[in-house]
Design a protein around this ligand. Structure first.
Ligand code: R5P
Length: 296
């Protein structure tokens, strides 16, 4: 208990300065509660409003894919350059040091493998696990137009309901099946459905034509997946265009961890996302970092 004697008289009331009521920096998030906003502010950098999420959750349906065979060896060196790690609880517990300060986005849907129908997912992680693991968001795959479309949407809405109870945001991940069109019309539909049903932010794919209509018609932030590995300059150009056209960041996996120089690549992606660096300059940065690493 503080000493009751000799209390300094309070004088700093600043009666002439009204208390400021600030809006929250993220699109569509102003009405959320403090804990939810605080978690989102750990995913998205409040200075830039953007995020570089490193996606390494691919193993949950496709096993040890190229670049993720040894997360301890290949991925841990990248962690300091990511704002956020997107992964499964298995890899988180087994490999990621608990001293990691990056925000964790936990994959909570699952139950399908590449050997069967991918849209046949369920919720695979209890909310208590997300709380116990101190995650900043929960990621649920949503298969609009897929065979198990309704089931995947309900998976998401259930997590939105439970997450709202505990202040944990839900990331809706729009999946693209073999038969689904990858165009702005499809992604407008998929993203808007996820947002209308309560997702706090959405991961989708970049499309060259009309991507700005996808971001502008979605009332919450959009981050783009990287998709299959393409040349580094092309991946940086895609990230640059996505940001210019309204994306709030990237959730990139293969184009980082399958790069010839993943540590250089993630830094180049950061330069595009947070510093508005042009693809050409970011590619120069990639090349010089790659060269300097080889010299060591
Ligand atoms: C699929 O496994 C996940 O949703 C990935 O997190 C997502 O596809 C992003 O990874 P990539 O940039 O490799 O597409």
């Amino acid at each position: 208990m503080p000493d009751a004697d000799g209390i300094k008289e309070a004088k700093m009331f600043h009666c002439d300065i009204p208390q400021e009521t600030r809006g929250f920096f993220l699109k569509g998030a102003n009405a959320l509660d403090w804990g939810m906003k605080n978690r989102l502010a750990r995913i998205f950098n409040p200075q830039t409003g953007k995020t570089v999420m490193l996606a390494i959750d691919h193993g949950y349906f496709q096993g040890p894919t190229t670049g993720l065979e040894r997360v301890d060896i290949n991925i841990l060196p990248l962690v300091p350059y990511a704002d956020t790690l997107m992964l499964t609880r298995g890899i988180l517990r087994a490999v990621i040091p608990p001293s990691t300060s990056q925000a964790i986005v936990l994959r909570v849907s699952g139950g399908a493998s590449i050997l069967k129908e991918l849209s046949n997912e369920d919720i695979a992680v209890d909310i208590e696990e997300s709380i116990r693991l101190n995650v900043c968001a929960m990621a649920v795959q949503v298969f609009i137009g897929g065979e198990f479309e309704k089931q995947s949407i309900i998976n998401m809405t259930k997590m939105v309901d439970i997450g709202n109870r505990y202040g944990i945001p839900t990331l809706a991940v729009t999946a693209v099946g073999k038969d689904m069109a990858r165009d702005a019309k499809y992604f407008r539909l998929a993203c808007r459905i996820c947002a209308e049903l309560g997702a706090h932010y959405i991961k989708t794919y970049y499309v060259e034509k009309d991507f700005e209509t996808v971001t502008s018609s979605c009332p919450v932030p959009i981050v783009i997946a990287g998709g299959k590995k393409i040349p580094e300059l092309d991946a940086l150009t895609m990230a640059y265009n996505a940001i210019k056209e309204g994306a709030a960041g990237v959730d990139m996996g293969r184009n980082i961890f399958q790069s010839d120089a993943p540590i250089a690549m993630i830094q180049a992606v950061r330069a595009v996302v947070h510093d508005h660096e042009t693809p050409k300059k970011a590619f120069e940065l990639y090349k010089s970092l790659k060269k300097s690493m080889k010299c060591k």
